[in-house]
Design a protein around this ligand. Sequence first.
Ligand code: PLP
Length: 386
Amino acid sequence: MPNEEMLLIPGPTPVVDSIYEAMSQETRGHTDPRFAAVYKSAIEKTREMLKTDGEVFVISGSGTIAMEIALVNTVAAGERLLIISQGFFGDRFLHLARAFGIQADIIQSEWGKQVDPAAVEEKLASHSYKAVTLTHADTSTGVAADLNSLVPIIKKHGALVILDGVCATAAIEEDMSKSYDGGKIDVVLTGSQKAIGVPPGLAVVAFNETALAARQQMERVPAYYCDIYNWIPIMQDPQKYFATPPVNLIYAYDEGMRLVLAEGMEHRYKRHEAYGKAVRAALAEYGMKAIADENAAAATLSCILYPKGMDDAEFRASLAKKGVIVAGALAHLAGKAFRIGHMGNTTEDMLEQAVIRIGETTKELGFEADIQKAVTTFRELAMPVA
Ligand SMILES: *Cc1c(COP(=O)(O)O)cnc(C)c1O
């Protein structure tokens, strides 16, 4: 089932044939040993991707459920949470914290910029926080968090690091075994439909030993479906039942993870880095500028400002007629920018086609575009990585 359109929104991302094929296998009972073996393998592959020996959870739900699982199992009502936000999805943790009576403080960057590590240091020195949330790539702005500078600061102050990898996991390094000046990332959460490249519907969360100890200290949590204690027995032995897993989606996810590991993590990180740079530089040739500073730009998606006077609805509709789907921008950037995903199973060829179609659309709307130049720029930077 080949795709008819290029779905270049920041998730869901293009799904490849082998994933569609895996997904359309016969639906088995969720406790059937043949299905359980696939589920087990999908969990193991996730563990391998994140390099964790803690617990990995792969369950029904979107990325937002993964955020909820991460939070309710680590921070109790009344405890303090620090949120480091580079945009709309970082801010979402504030809404979650409020829903669970968690006392949250937030440091927000200007949209397009990273949070200043000095501000984080200052905040952590002023209060003791149970956990700090980081949004690895904020999908509203295309800004990435600088883990190398933030994780050591947070760990020095003894807080848990909760990393929202919904638009990053499998594309930007998230290695739970890596030591950041002695500190490690404690929780990574993601969804199936972004940089992993599987249809939407799965929440993926990994807890290390420190995060599991935080859950243990809490005794009870204000959740049932999202209580990891209800899921640990299933993750260890998928033939057991707690709530019915989405059998066909697990088939798809297992195949998606096979592709991720077969490509190799280092290759994926380099490939995404190259795609991000190439797409932004190519679009800049049309007078379209990313809102993120280039040194803070995410490898997985870009939020691109329109040239003055270009109409958002008209641009996206014309582009869609050419088979390329991009997303509008969020909040105060709505109408002023569009967002293009370049992650997961997108290819160099697809992105080059997108650059061409965007150039054609730009011209149709009465603006100038040197398509040949943009393609040359794209090719120089998107060179296949060895
Ligand atoms: C998409 C996204 C979410 C929300 O995921 P859903 O699957 O839409 O619930 C959370 N965080 C980030 C960074 C995202 O990109």
